[in-house]
Design a protein around this ligand. Structure first.
Ligand SMILES: *Cc1c(COP(=O)(O)O)cnc(C)c1O
Length: 516
């Protein structure tokens, strides 16, 4: 076998030729023609597909797509941009789920604004990495301005700081990391240097029954006990009950547990409800507990011209999660964690000699990696920057307001429709309901709703989400598209009722013909 340093494989001339060809694909001053041409072709494909989309989904199944994707030989390049885009069309673009379509009503995915798409293209071409100043320069300061701006909108005060993250899950994880370390420090202050595993096993997080599952995941990743997350019951409007919260904190203290954080949700994923933040903040302040507000969904209210007051109390949080990629009409990823006391971010700090040595702090070099659980990190902030500079915050808030108004109209319509039963109204833009006409056998209600959702998705005519409410299957509209009209919603409800009624009829006939 060859030893290190001796040439192997292809002759140098072949290698040289291959490298010369490959170098043509590198983005640099010599390839600007190709850069413009290739990107324009991609833009053109997407524009054409979006222009043709008469429904949000084709209804393709994994079984139909898997063989196509599996048959592609990734070791044999097509070499040609158009051929690769043709192939991309076949395996993805043709059957992708299109969030811009007015009848996409399923999850918390927004149509995106064009200034943010411009940001996406620019940030990936320049490819700044936000971990250190020496890989980003101005991008670092721009991200800091946006963190400052967001913290200002929240009202976190002069000591606030934060960092962009990959999403609400990561923001919540980091918030819980900071809360864990602060709780450990507090317990440590009282007890010298306590045994870490012993303290960790006593830590508890309180969140409502409608809180996001990423809190559970965070607890697991942070080495907390299996039962570390305690669920606080909600009221009839699916908001955290503060009497129950106070009781739960007392119970923890009585049992020798340490409440490391209360996670309030400003915009629950299913119900779009906002926990009573001022009362929760009072309870947390009295108990000396870290208050984290998960505003992954509700953060759009920060720029709402008419509904900012719904977030009153958020300014008292120790930390806040915001997902610009949910209610600021930004492409994935765009999210941030904000903290009241910027010093708490030190729990995410590690100084590496090669990257962010401790002396950089003394020299005043702004290295965002000191505040992040990521290292190499995208300049996602660029998208929000261009959105604010081109459209401005009021424009984003007006778009969000529009979908909140639409949800209220959809709720009234459902409430008045005898075919359906609707859950408590959302404060944001979801509507949870189910098909339940008078006379439908109770055991068929769950099945009819599950069937209707699947049948609708298979047709691709519209997409809605499903969830469970108190154990019963429900359907959910998540309205984030300002282009969706009440008529769109009404049409989709008719489709759902048709599918569900067909199922109920067929099931009833089957039961009659083969009695058990
Ligand atoms: C979506 C959501 C999250 C998770 O955010 P990702 O960006 O999907 O990681 C967390 N909390 C709430 C309330 C959410 O709606």
């Amino acid at each position: 076998m060859s030893s290190i340093g001796s040439p192997t494989g292809a002759a140098p001339t072949d290698t040289g030729r291959a490298a010369a060809t490959a170098r043509g694909h590198l983005f640099n001053a010599g390839s600007l023609g190709r850069y413009r041409d290739v990107l324009a072709r991609g833009v053109d494909r997407v524009a054409r597909r979006v222009g043709e989309a008469d429904r949000p989904f084709t209804g393709v199944t994994p079984d139909e797509l898997a063989p196509l994707i599996g048959a592609i030989d990734l070791d044999r390049p097509l070499g040609d941009t158009d051929a690769a885009l043709d192939e991309l069309h076949d395996v993805w673009l043709r059957d992708a789920v299109y969030f811009h379509h007015p009848r996409y009503l399923a999850h918390l995915n927004c149509p995106v604004v064009i200034p943010a798409l411009l940001g996406e293209a620019v940030l990936s071409a320049v490819n700044s990495s936000l971990d250190t100043w020496d890989q980003s320069a101005g991008a670092t300061l721009m991200e800091r301005r946006l963190i400052e701006w967001t913290a200002g909108r929240i009202g976190l005060g002069a000591g606030a700081d934060g960092v962009f993250t990959s999403g609400g899950t990561q923001s919540n994880l980091q918030a819980m990391l900071l809360a864990r370390e602060e709780a450990y420090r507090t317990v440590g202050g009282a007890a010298g240097r306590p045994d870490r595993p012993q303290v960790l096993s006593r830590l508890r997080i309180l969140t409502s029954a409608a809180g996001h599952f990423s809190v559970q995941k965070a607890a697991k990743l942070l080495g907390l006990a299996a039962d570390a997350v305690l669920t606080v019951p909600t009221d009839a409007n699916r908001r955290m009950r503060t009497d129950e919260l106070a009781r739960a904190i007392d119970r923890c203290h009585r049992d020798g547990q340490v409440v490391m954080a209360v996670v309030a949700t400003a915009g629950t994923t299913d119900f779009g409800t906002i926990d009573p933040l001022p009362e929760i903040a009072d309870i947390c302040a009295a108990a000396g507990v870290w208050l984290h507000v998960d505003a992954a969904y509700g953060c759009g209210l920060l720029v709402s011209p008419t509904r900012r007051h719904l977030l009153d109390g958020i300014e008292r949080a120790a930390s806040v999660t915001v997902d610009y990629h949910k209610s600021f009409f930004q492409p994935v990823s765009s999210s941030a964690l904000l903290v009241r006391d910027g010093r708490t971010l030190r729990h995410a700090t590690w100084h590496a000699d090669y990257l962010n040595p401790a002396r950089a702090v003394e020299q005043g070099i702004p290295n965002q990696v000191d505040k992040s659980i990521q290292t190499t990190r995208r300049f996602d902030a660029c998208k929000l920057w261009l959105t604010l500079r081109i459209m401005g915050p009021d424009a984003i808030g007006a778009l969000f307001d529009q979908v909140v108004d639409l949800a209220a109209q959809a709720w009234r319509r459902l409430d008045a429709d005898p075919r359906f039963e609707v859950a408590a109204p959302s404060q944001l833009s979801t509507v949870v309901f189910r098909y339940r006409p008078a006379g439908l056998a109770p055991d068929l209600v769950d099945e009819a709703n599950l069937y209707a959702r699947d049948a609708l998705a298979a047709s691709g005519a519209a997409l809605v989400a499903g969830t469970k409410v108190d154990g019963a299957h429900h359907l959910k509209l998540t309205l984030l598209n300002p282009e969706t009209t009440v008529d769109d919603v009404a049409h989709v409800l008719d489709l759902i009722a048709d599918h569900a009624a067909w199922y109920a009829r067929t099931a009833a006939v089957a039961e009659l013909s083969c009695p058990v």
